[in-house]
Design a protein around this ligand. Structure first.
Ligand SMILES: [Zn+2]
Length: 143
């Protein structure tokens, strides 16, 4: 349950009790605050979490390997607003949709209730793999 749901159901949320926040921002408020931030601005947080000794040990599976769940998702889609980094697709009505998407990776382990998200990889338009040294899914920083 979100902090907004907790606040509505019990009168107080973690934001209020732990952080002393008088008014809890809505999902839209948070989106507006983060809209101008580059996704790469958050990579350091992922790196810091992984760098702590022992953080990844709970995610070691039998046989010593780690299990990584992958999922792609979109975080923007429009027929009117677009930029040079937009992916495109033709729709059945002949229109073009412009969208941004990324691949999310998360370390998981059987029997472990916590997961470790890894930095997302932004998916960008590309015509062909002409350079074998380029990553299959370039990061935003490689532009
Ligand atoms: Zn775009």
């Amino acid at each position: 349950m979100s902090d907004i749901g907790l606040a509505a159901g019990q009168g107080r949320s973690n934001c209020q009790t732990l952080f002393g926040m008088a008014k809890i921002p809505t999902d839209n408020d948070i989106r507006q605050m983060l809209d101008g931030a580059s996704p790469a601005a958050f990579d350091g947080l992922f790196d810091q979490a992984i760098a702590v000794a022992g953080t990844l040990e709970p995610f070691r599976c039998p046989g010593g390997r780690r299990l990584c769940a992958l999922d792609g998702t979109e975080h923007f889609c429009s027929r009117n607003i677009h930029c040079e980094r937009c992916l495109t697709r033709k729709r059945s009505d002949g229109g073009t949709e412009y969208y941004h998407s990324f691949l999310g990776a998360t370390l998981v382990a059987p029997g472990h209730t916590q997961v470790m998200p890894l930095p997302p990889e932004v998916i960008v338009p590309q015509d062909a793999y002409s350079d074998a040294n380029q990553p299959v899914i370039p990061t935003e920083a490689s532009h």
